[in-house]
Write a protein that binds this ligand. Structure first.
Ligand SMILES: NC(=O)c1ccc[n+]([C@@H]2O[C@H](COP(=O)([O-])OP(=O)(O)OC[C@H]3O[C@@H](n4cnc5c(N)ncnc54)[C@H](OP(=O)(O)O)[C@@H]3O)[C@@H](O)[C@H]2O)c1
Length: 260
């Protein structure tokens, strides 16, 4: 556990999956957490309830990325929930949950509309969220962006999604340089296949076996694996780490297994 007592955090896409695990971990470490969600208010309520049952503090904030005024709506809810406190930790975790857009994205089938949708949610929203949140952010704050193994391993059916994650990594490095003067660190955590709602393909035992076989640590990732990496970057222990990508894939696609 790291000590985040007295700190505040915003986790986007915290109604489920990794975002929920990140919100629970940061709240468990003592932070007051804004649980952002897009459409699933019930799931966001469950995240908040789980945090409160464990003795933590959280509140929900709704904003659907990719719609008009998305960032403004989020900031309004965030500011109200923080009640005058500044923001210490911003985790850009939400990403396009539209399976059609994420998966049907091979170069021969991708439509301009799908491209625009996935970029609006995965790149434009996080960038302008950072811009809007900066006046609320404390010096010495933390920004953590959630990328994907898809920037390191080429997945032809996800071209636009993978491109958004590449853009997010460039954004992280650039922001790290821009915000260093205020002591704000900006880093990226890059998960591989992780058991969440978005990865229904992982329910297929054959796919699980193949992916497990390509992973040095020999299993599929769990949301808590990612949350723990984020908690490190959010903590004081990571004060000298900025502009980095932490590969949290369990060593996926590192190289041949027959040689070990
Ligand atoms: N799971 C994996 O294997 C994997 C691998 C590599 C990287 N990642 C990355 O890890 C992050 C978390 O993924 P996950 O698997 O935990 O996803 P998930 O379980 O599908 O959860 C996605 C979250 O993002 C929110 N969201 C989606 N579209 C949104 C929109 N238009 N506006 C606002 N919020 C929106 C959802 O909110 P609502 O449901 O409330 O709308 C939900 O809270 C993402 O950045 C993803 O790209 C995942």
């Amino acid at each position: 556990m790291t000590d985040l007592k007295g700190k505040t955090a915003l986790v986007t896409g915290a109604s489920k999956g990794m975002g929920r695990a990140i919100a629970q971990r940061l709240a468990g470490d003592g932070a007051l957490v804004a649980v952002h969600y897009g459409r699933d208010a019930e799931a966001a309520k469950e995240t908040v309830a789980a945090i409160e049952q464990a003795g933590g503090e959280a509140f929900p904030v709704r904003a659907e990325f990719g719609t008009d005024g998305d960032v403004r709506t989020l900031l309004t809810g965030l500011t109200a929930g923080l009640q005058g406190l500044s923001l210490d930790i911003l985790v850009n975790n939400a990403a396009c949950g539209n399976q059609e857009t994420v998966r049907a994205g091979s170069v021969d089938r991708l439509t301009p509309e799908q491209f625009d949708e996935v970029f609006a949610i995965n790149v434009k929203a996080p960038l302008f969220l950072v811009q809007a949140a900066l006046p609320l952010m404390a010096d010495g704050g933390r920004v953590v962006n959630i990328s994907s193994l898809a920037t390191r391993v080429a997945l032809p059916y996800q071209i636009a999604y993978a491109m958004t994650k590449g853009a997010l990594e460039v954004m992280s490095r650039t922001l790290a340089n821009a915000l260093g003067a205020r002591g704000i660190t900006v880093n990226t955590v890059s998960p591989g296949a992780t058991d969440t709602d978005v990865t229904d393909t992982l329910r297929d035992p054959e796919i699980r076996t193949v992916l497990t076989g390509l992973t040095a640590l020999g299993r599929i990732g769990r949301p808590a694996d990612i949350a723990d990496a984020v908690a490190f970057l959010a903590s004081d222990d990571a004060r000298w780490v900025t502009g980095n990508v932490i590969d949290a894939t369990g060593g996926a696609y590192l190289g041949p297994m027959w040689a070990r």
